[in-house]
Design a protein around this ligand. Sequence first.
Ligand SMILES: Cc1cc2nc3c(=O)[nH]c(=O)nc-3n(C[C@H](O)[C@H](O)[C@H](O)COP(=O)(O)OP(=O)(O)OC[C@H]3O[C@@H](n4cnc5c(N)ncnc54)[C@H](O)[C@@H]3O)c2cc1C
Length: 451
Amino acid sequence: MSELALRDPLSGQGPGQGLDHPPSYWAAISGPAPPDDGPLVGDRETDIAIVGGGYTGLSAAYFLGRLGATPIVLEANRPGWGCSGRNGGFARPVIGRFGPAAMVEKWGLETARRIFAEGLAALDTVRALIRDGAIDCDVTGEGHLKIAHRASRLAGLEADARAYREHYGYEARVLGAEEVRTRYLGGTQSYGGLVLKDALGLNPLKLAFGMLALARGSGARVHANAPVVRWTKDGSTHVLHTPTGCVRARQVIIATNGYTPEGFYPATNGALLPVLSHIIVTRPMTPAEKTAAGFLTSHVITDTRNLLFYFRRLPDERIMFGGRGRIIDSPASRKVQREFLLAELKRKCPALGAITVDYDWAGWVCVTADQMPHIHHAEDDPGVLYALGYQGSGVALSLHAGRLLADRIAGKPLPALPPVFSPLPRFPLAALRRLGQRVMFLWYRFNDERG
Ligand SMILES: Cc1cc2nc3c(=O)[nH]c(=O)nc-3n(C[C@H](O)[C@H](O)[C@H](O)COP(=O)(O)OP(=O)(O)OC[C@H]3O[C@@H](n4cnc5c(N)ncnc54)[C@H](O)[C@@H]3O)c2cc1C
């Protein structure tokens, strides 16, 4: 069974209404969702309405609820339906797309250090939420292995390790090719690696279910099947219209990330580029395949490509293998992408030549013009807040962003992070975003296979 093709948010289309979770591996193993508050019926008033019921929206709702507010979440489909319930389950302390040295070059040492520390704080938020909510989301150990997919890329990993040590006082371990192949992952593209100890592998849908329960437990209402199809104002009050009722709110949080329809709100127009990411999950490896492939580690793994592959060995010995998808989603492009990912997995691990795919699905991640997430308010209305643009690495940060948004609404001081707490920049030539993406992807692909 496969999901209907995803609508392109850039064409102004919303994410649909009342859709089920995609038929992912996570949906197959996670059991039933906890209850939500169903569709919105009639009109309601609240201090804070939240559009989007993924990690950002549910976390903001939970932390606001803990502060005594009673926010209302409006989710078009089901809580966790977007990226939050369908990602790869890599919780990493990442903020934006820049490496440890590039952050210093861009913003100077002090700001870079604060961003790095906030990334670690984001992962601590995940750990705390899992603990406080007793969320059973199949956490598999700690550790991120970044693998040099070509011999020439090892020098870059060594430079990263130096930057982590010298600028941030953070221990990062470089591994030679032999150590990677014998202790972590064999195959043809393991030319050494970098191990970062802070990262979790988890079941993202179970985490979304846990966040739904936490949010409702704190007093928030979470409506499913409730797309905001129109947004008007009545004086200073925001009125969010769904097909079955309206919410009137003093403040609104936009938590729609890669699913934000173009035209939804002026502050996000021309500022977001939804990019498809696609995952395959194989059948379980046989013990002989696992040994031959040397797929020993349960660390989450990425490689050194610009259009990187992200993969991991799942607790039941399947391989989850993901990468950036096609430009537009359709049944035909999905098939091409599924075959491409399987071929790339086999190129890395020829010993898995007979492996087959049991599940595949895709979702929209959210890229911004400066490749940084932005947690801010709309310049024309400080009552409209947003946390958007996690660049495809938002598991930890989106949960943390919910907490930061709640702190901000409560008037608590926030860390000084100008690159993050600043308005979303617009793309130059915003109407040509898809064309720009095609050109960039061609350039990245060319570069990834070179040298
Ligand atoms: C295939 C894939 C793999 C990924 N893997 C990883 C990973 O391993 N590690 C990592 O860190 N990150 C990963 N990500 C990214 C990560 O999942 C996201 O950054 C994060 O989940 C964003 O959460 P969110 O709550 O902001 O947005 P989402 O979870 O996308 O939620 C947005 C919600 O808004 C709703 N919505 C949109 N418009 C409206 C409207 N008008 N009215 C009501 N509701 C609306 C949508 O239905 C959607 O449910 C991956 C993403 C994908 C797609």
